[in-house]
Design a protein around this ligand. Structure first.
Ligand code: PMP
Length: 307
């Protein structure tokens, strides 16, 4: 059960029970919304909650709105301030997940983005692992990733998550932990809600932003950490499905997934079938960075409480 008590709703912080929408809400009927998923990490030695990459997420929310003809009545600065205010009201002393959502709130039977009222809401709840376990077994999904000309793949659009949910459901029902979704061209795109990297002969490889992926913030963080801390170059290029089977290492990354080594794909071991050196180091580095324990990257963490 979610443990949150408040939400920012209709311009103010209200008890969560009051943050309700009508069944006629356009976004509920047609998926006409966009959102973000942000994590906050509790750091016991500082008695502090640190929000990771807060600004980058709010900037992406603005970009999603621009693509989708949605009006977001708050600037990036205001969204960041609102998030901190809500988290302070909640008083969390645990890891949290933060969800800003812009949605077509009009009770209109109208399949269009223009001319309909938009609303903004924000809530946060205590949250642990999104994908259980320290490693995952994945399959290539029979579902294809939404094409940028079908539903904009770089917008974090609510309706697009039907695609993610179908891929994830198939993977789970077939006994896997996560799905790898191919694009319309048959090349690797990403997971249901995470980006994907492979390692081949010491090179980190990930599909380019033109492969219908979400422009992942963790993807960018991982690329920087790999370059600056592990001295690894990144190649952004299309990845064939069968390259997954011969890669030395593979891992997912995302705000929810964090850095998650993949040890098996379509019943083939990835590399040795154990966590490889690159993924292993990135898991640890990422864990340190998000909890503010790497001074160099402290600017990526926004403290919630005044200490
Ligand atoms: N792809 C999809 C489809 C996602 O939902 C997510 C999670 N937001 C990601 C990738 C990873 O993005 P980020 O690192 O910004 O969380």
């Amino acid at each position: 059960m979610p443990n949150n008590r408040f939400a920012f709703f209709n311009g103010e912080i209200v008890p969560i029970e009051q943050a309700q929408v009508s069944v006629m809400t356009n976004a509920l009927n047609y998926g006409t919304g966009c959102f973000e998923g942000i994590r906050g990490y509790w750091v016991p030695e500082e008695e502090q909650l640190l929000v990771f990459q807060l600004r980058a997420h709010m900037e992406r929310l603005h970009r999603s709105c621009r693509i989708l003809f949605m009006e977001l009545p708050h600037s990036v600065d205001e969204l960041c301030a609102l998030t901190l205010e809500l988290l302070r009201r909640e008083g969390f002393r645990e890891d949290v997940y933060i969800r800003p959502l812009v949605y077509k709130s009009d009770p209109a039977i109208a399949v269009q983005m223009n001319g309909l009222k938009d609303s903004f809401t924000l809530f946060a709840l205590g949250f642990g692992q999104y994908i259980a376990g320290s490693t995952v077994r994945a399959c290539v999904s029979s579902w294809r990733r939404i094409d940028d000309n079908i539903i904009p793949s770089r917008a974090k659009a609510s309706g697009a998550y039907i695609n993610s949910a179908l891929a994830k459901t198939e993977a789970l029902l077939n006994g896997y932990d996560e799905a790898i979704v191919l694009g319309g061209d048959g090349q690797v795109s990403e997971a249901s809600a995470a980006n994907l990297f492979i390692v081949r002969s010491g090179t980190l490889i990930t599909p380019p932003l033109t492969s219908d992926v979400l422009e992942g913030i963790t993807r960018q963080v991982v690329a920087e950490l790999a370059r600056d801390r592990l001295g690894l170059g990144l190649v952004e290029r299309p990845i064939d499905r069968t390259e997954l089977y011969v890669a030395d290492e593979a891992f997912f990354c995302g705000t929810g997934a964090e850095v998650k080594p993949i040890v098996e794909i379509d019943r083939r071991k990835v590399g040795t079938g154990e966590v490889g050196p690159v993924a292993g180091q990135l898991v640890q580095l990422y864990a340190d960075v998000v909890r503010g324990r790497a001074a160099e990257y402290r600017q990526w963490c926004t403290p919630v409480y005044e200490r």
